[in-house]
Write a protein that binds this ligand. Structure first.
Ligand code: CMC
Length: 378
């Protein structure tokens, strides 16, 4: 028998490339973007500052930040063709599929699509980050029979998104909490969607192709799609009046997963989950409503006791978004709104020193066969 080289199922533990963007210590529960701890960034920077950090490796000074804010605001308006595409989607369409399709369509209306210079690619990263929130908000309004809301250049990315979703400028607290959520989801190393983006980008396909692939990967319930499943679980337990501990135990007994728990890298609490829980506590106090917090705590305690698993980023973000009155099926698209910065930063890094990503597989199928005549085949 020929020797088969060892394989790493799911590429677990494989170091595929070097990156300056993010360090994750799964044992200690640390997440660091470009040298800055995520707790520091969530508390002391805005989404725009974090985006700049990921694209440039340094935090912006005031002038650079104002410049980026201006570029993002100027890039928010959607082309008529993109609005038409959103209008042509069935109102029952999955918003993640609509987002993937619309982002792919942005390639058709980008005059710079064929310019692969680093400066043009940075402009595409900004354009994608500017347009994506509007796509998510506009589709939500269109499917409800409402007109899309035009962007406001005086609002932050977080406030403009909530404004274009609801038609109302959010209060300061809602804006700050949503902005922190965007910071927390912006980057996370070589996760499945970022890896997908880098694999596509490494073929020298354009940014829109790579980002469309990344959105496809993020949609899966084992990745970003988990936040929608978490909310479905919370709503199911609440509406059925079941005991949360019993619900969890029954599911585990059927060998089913509890969404929002476990992680490929973290062996302890995901630091983003700790921050999101604090935000949920804050929102609960502010609104005088502890429903999701109390339910989440019962679920967490049971999963921890039964399986020794800790919540990941998707567990508490679901409740935070629900308390911000965001529809459940927009939770994963919002993840994409934020991760757009991390994906595009990885692509810029990939193209700064490109090498085709092409691993090998260990062939384990049959050998030495000859083709039999058609009539002799079973
Ligand atoms: N519920 C129940 N059991 C679990 C879970 C879970 N959520 N996660 C892992 N396990 C168990 C799994 O069954 C296995 O047990 P056993 O050894 O008895 O068979 C053990 O833990 C190891 O699991 P694994 O599948 O080998 O771990 P993995 O590294 O492949 O999985 C994961 C990582 C995130 C896919 C998994 O934890 C999971 O499916 N979680 C639920 C989905 C989820 O919340 N995804 C979001 C991930 S974080 C944010 C993001 O990437 O978007």
């Amino acid at each position: 028998m020929s020797s088969i080289p060892p394989t790493a199922r799911g590429l677990e533990g494989v170091i595929a490339l070097e990156s300056r963007l993010c360090r994750i210590d799964g044992e200690r529960g640390e997440l660091v973007y470009c040298g800055y701890d995520i707790r520091d960034l969530a508390r002391n920077t805005t989404f725009e500052e974090t985006a700049y950090l990921l694209w440039h490796g340094e935090l912006p000074n005031r002038g650079a930040l104002e410049d980026l804010q201006g570029r993002l605001a100027a890039g928010r308006a959607l082309e008529p063709q993109v609005i038409e595409l959103l209008e042509s989607a069935p109102s029952s369409a999955d918003p993640m599929s609509v987002l993937r399709t619309a982002v792919s369509a942005l390639a058709l209306v980008d005059p710079e699509r064929d310019d692969a210079s680093p400066a043009a690619n940075l402009r595409k990263a900004i354009r994608l980050t500017a347009r994506t929130p509007g796509i998510v908000a506009a589709f939500d309004r269109i499917r409800r029979g409402r007109a899309p809301v035009a962007p406001r250049s005086d609002l932050s990315t977080a406030a403009d998104f909530l404004y274009r979703l609801t038609g109302r400028v959010p209060g300061e607290a809602a804006e700050r909490i949503f902005d922190a959520c965007l910071v927390l989801h912006a980057e996370h190393g070589l996760n499945a969607s970022t890896f997908a983006a880098r694999v596509i980008g490494a073929t020298l396909a354009d940014m829109y192709a790579a980002i469309s692939g990344a959105i496809g990967a993020l949609a899966g319930p084992l990745h970003g799609g988990a936040n929608i499943e978490v909310m479905a679980m919370l709503e199911d337990i609440r509406s059925s009046g079941q005991d949360p501990a019993g619900w969890v135990r029954a599911r585990l007994a059927r060998k089913e997963r509890i969404m929002g728990f476990g992680h490929r890298v973290y062996r302890t609490l995901d630091p983003r989950a700790a921050i999101l829980r604090d935000l949920l506590v804050h929102l609960g106090e502010e609104r005088g409503d502890r429903t999701w917090l109390d339910l989440s705590t019962r679920i967490r305690d049971t999963v921890e006791a039964e399986k020794g698993l800790q919540p990941n980023v998707d567990f508490y973000s679901a409740s935070v978004y629900a308390m911000l009155d965001i529809p459940r099926d927009l939770f994963t698209p919002i993840f994409a709104v934020s991760r757009m910065t991390g994906w595009t930063a990885h692509l810029l890094e990939q193209w700064s020193d490109n090498r085709l990503i092409r691993p090998r597989e260990a062939y384990v199928g049959p050998s030495d066969r000859t083709v039999p005549p058609l009539d002799d085949r079973r």
